[in-house]
Design a protein around this ligand. Structure first.
Ligand SMILES: C[S@@+](CC[C@H](N)C(=O)[O-])C[C@H]1O[C@@H](n2cnc3c(N)ncnc32)[C@H](O)[C@@H]1O
Length: 481
């Protein structure tokens, strides 16, 4: 056996050590960021796990907050409370609020998120050719997402020398079709709703025709576009799509709930998959391992199909969110902030009118000794009631199948008037909860990033790929091997 020259083995050992230290540092940085987020989360766990409908029943004003924070929050005006989700500091805020917002901002502003696709390009040496995408039959929001995603996927595949991508949960195929048409990539779309195959194929035809007409567009020659109906999970065999073993990238735009995590696991396990671009959504559908509020059955536990948390760091802590927290993680505070001036001029309490009705109704149900059956909902009662609480309560009572003899119209009116005295406090509570929404999204996404790093996938990033006002689920988990 040939002996390695001394210099060569020294170099190899130096590179190995350098890689090891750089990797270790990155893992530690991300772990620290997640640890800070989780520590803050523990301080507000009861608030994020609460639900507006229990505001009166569980006397949240007196049970959820520390004394300092409660006093500071509930002296705010309605307008000042509207500022809370922006996380901006205001002279109206007492130190208990300011200190809390500073801590929250510090957690969220950690360096673990690459703030824009341009910074990502610079950081990992990716270039794109900024094509003039002419997305067809595409709402503005989707167009924004497709254009930004095409830039990122094109850059990533170019860096890794890939021609093939597999789009998981492709929906109508907007992204896959644009990648094939404008970036010359060979795309396979996988979508579990088989009926979407036809509309994807039609959409792609229109893309190709549009491109043929617009000869001025500097396209790289169309790639192929194929659609398969299949339900993906973390053990799906993606190698079968590449019988010749050519390397490919996994992509997913708004891969909902568990799919985003399954896609990341497929990336790590599939040998010929060498890059990944996944934007998740619908965190409420994530199956959690340590959610005390929603325990899983023995069968689910045995199946072990949990998608949160995925990092060893959070799993060792048995860290759980809760159904309500995951729902809160789906709010869009940037959008809310962008429209807050408009909301104030329209009457700032309007937006919380429906949850307020629901909270009063829950109080009324408790007082009347009635309980709704599991799964029963108030349906469209709020819309039908047109702002009148008594009508709302009456319709809801029917929809929830509650004992009609226990419905008292007079008492409904009395309770509404009584609870309305705390209308402002209810609004402040809602605004403060909204401010906590990014913390939950941060924990879910950084947990996914950390899991990749823990497994040794050093080239992994969380990138703010979209404008959060246009598209609130704007973070992409990007990685290459
Ligand atoms: C939010 S939509 C996004 C669609 C598309 N990527 C887009 O951005 O327009 C998520 C899609 O993923 C599909 N999906 C969800 N879970 C899936 C799974 N396990 N396997 C395949 N498709 C799935 C859904 O049917 C849905 O069409």
């Amino acid at each position: 056996m040939r002996q390695k020259p001394v210099l060569e083995s020294l170099k190899a050992s130096f590179c190995g050590k350098y890689f090891f230290f750089r990797m270790k540092r990155k893992v530690e940085e991300v772990r620290t960021a997640l640890d800070n987020a989780v520590n803050l989360y523990e301080d507000v766990r009861s608030i994020v796990s609460s639900h507006a409908s229990s505001f009166f029943v569980l006397d949240y004003m007196n049970t959820l907050f520390t004394e300092d924070l409660r006093d500071a929050l509930f002296q705010l005006t309605v307008e000042a409370a509207c500022e809370l989700p922006s996380l901006r500091l205001s002279s109206d805020f007492r130190p208990a609020i300011t200190d809390f917002l500073i801590r929250l901002r510090n957690v969220l502003n950690s360096d673990v998120i690459v703030p824009s696709k341009e910074e990502f390009f610079a950081e990992c040496g990716v270039t794109t050719s900024r094509i003039d995408y002419a997305c067809v039959a595409c709402p503005d929001k989707k167009k924004h997402e497709v254009i930004a995603s095409c830039d990122l996927v094109e850059g990533l595949t170019r860096k890794c020398g890939l021609r093939r991508v597999t789009d998981l949960g492709s929906g109508k195929g907007h992204l896959g079709s644009a990648l094939a048409t404008y970036c010359g990539l060979d795309v396979v779309c996988i979508e579990c709703r088989a009926f979407l195959s036809e509309s994807s194929a039609r959409l792609h035809e229109r893309h190709v025709k549009r491109l043929e007409k617009k000869t001025k567009i500097e396209a790289k020659g169309s790639g192929t576009f194929r659609i398969e109906a299949d339900l993906i999970n973390s053990s799906s065999d993606l190698e079968r799509l590449n019988p010749d073993g050519e390397e490919f990238a996994i992509i997913g735009l708004h891969a909902c709930g568990n799919l985003a995590v399954d896609a990341a696991q497929l990336y790590t396990r599939t040998k010929s998959c060498s890059a990944m671009f996944i934007v998740g959504c619908c965190y409420n559908m994530l199956v959690e391992e340590f959610d005390a509020s929603d325990p899983y059955t023995v069968e689910e536990r045995i199946a072990g199909r949990f998608r949160f948390p995925v990092s060893s760091f959070l799993r060792e802590k048995s860290f759980g969110l809760s159904r309500n927290a995951k729902m809160l993680g789906l709010y869009a505070p940037d959008r809310i902030n962008a429209s807050s001036l408009e909301r104030i001029s329209n009457g700032p309490l309007d937006s919380s009118e429906s949850p307020f009705f629901r909270a009063v109704l829950d109080f009324m149900m408790l007082e009347s000794g009635v309980e709704k059956a599991r799964g029963a909902t108030v349906g469209s009662a709020f819309k039908k009631a047109k702002g009148d609480f008594v009508t709302y309560a009456e319709i809801s009572w029917k929809n929830l199948n509650l004992d009609p003899s226990k419905f008292d119209e007079g008492r409904a009116k009395e309770l509404y008037d009584q609870c309305s005295l705390l209308r402002k406090e209810f609004h402040i509570f809602q605004q403060f909860r909204t401010a906590l929404s990014p913390l939950i999204e941060f924990i879910i996404l950084v947990d996914r990033l950390l899991a990749l790093l823990e497994e040794g996938f050093e080239n992994s990033w969380l990138v703010r790929a979209f404008d959060p006002v246009i598209s609130p689920r704007c973070y992409a988990l990007v990685s290459h091997k």
